[in-house]
Design a protein around this ligand. Sequence first.
Ligand code: SAM
Length: 276
Amino acid sequence: MYCGCFCFPKQRPFISTATLTEFELETEREMSSSTATHAYGEPSYWDQRYSEDPGPFDWYQKYKTLAPLFDVYIRRSHHLLVVGCGNSTLGEELVSDGYLDVVNIDISSVVVEAMQKKHEDKPELKYIKMDVRDMSAFESSSFDAVIDKGTLDSLMCGQNAHHNTSKMLEEVGRILKDNGVYILITYGEPSYRLHLLKELQLWTINLHVIDRMEKNPEQRAWELTKPLPLSKDGNSIADIIGSNAEVHYIYVCIKDETLIRQANVNAKPEAEESRS
Ligand SMILES: C[S@@+](CC[C@H](N)C(=O)[O-])C[C@H]1O[C@@H](n2cnc3c(N)ncnc32)[C@H](O)[C@@H]1O
């Protein structure tokens, strides 16, 4: 099993390097160097990385492979937010494919300034320097979808990971409209992600999987647009796809205000009990 962040456990199962993606090879190289510990959680790490390597570079998956899934959950007219955009081409490809309103944020001023300059001619595409843990510049219930490719994962690699990821998810939940979607594309299997996503009692969750290596449609093991049956603890997924499956997980969290109201009602008697 893989660990919850980017890091490989010390005794990771053997996978032939021929089957690893560029990211995984890079991670392996970094993990075996002395500088890798917790670096992905630090803004200074990203500033330095983007100064040295302006990209473009896409983590995990590219727009082309994800587009059929986006078509299921988001509309061209939707107000979209890409969190931790880096120098990925996702934003510009969304716009080229007809999406009309794509806001991108990142904590690295180096990458945000570079992306602002690169795309200054595209009014549908905005880049803003912002910390995903504090998006107070955005109004509550203002976005139809939030797309996260590798950003929650990077916070999970840093210090105070639980605090930081909880803040991030609270903020994502706040800025989404009712029925808005948080699309989390991650390395993390359900045993490492589901409990975190469920803590907030904000959304219903669909889980999709996609092969880590791009394959021809006839060779694909999983149908991207069909969610897999997800048990409460998430164990159903390993039963279906096997442990150590070479996939990325895509958690589609659909905000549901009735769940939030229900959670508040359930919390009230407990609060009253503790006062009496
Ligand atoms: C693994 S990279 C993913 C980049 C891009 N989403 C992609 O798919 O290629 C993580 C990104 O999250 C950004 N990031 C890390 N912590 C952040 C935070 N607290 N707020 C906003 N962005 C953050 C980093 O600067 C980096 O660009």
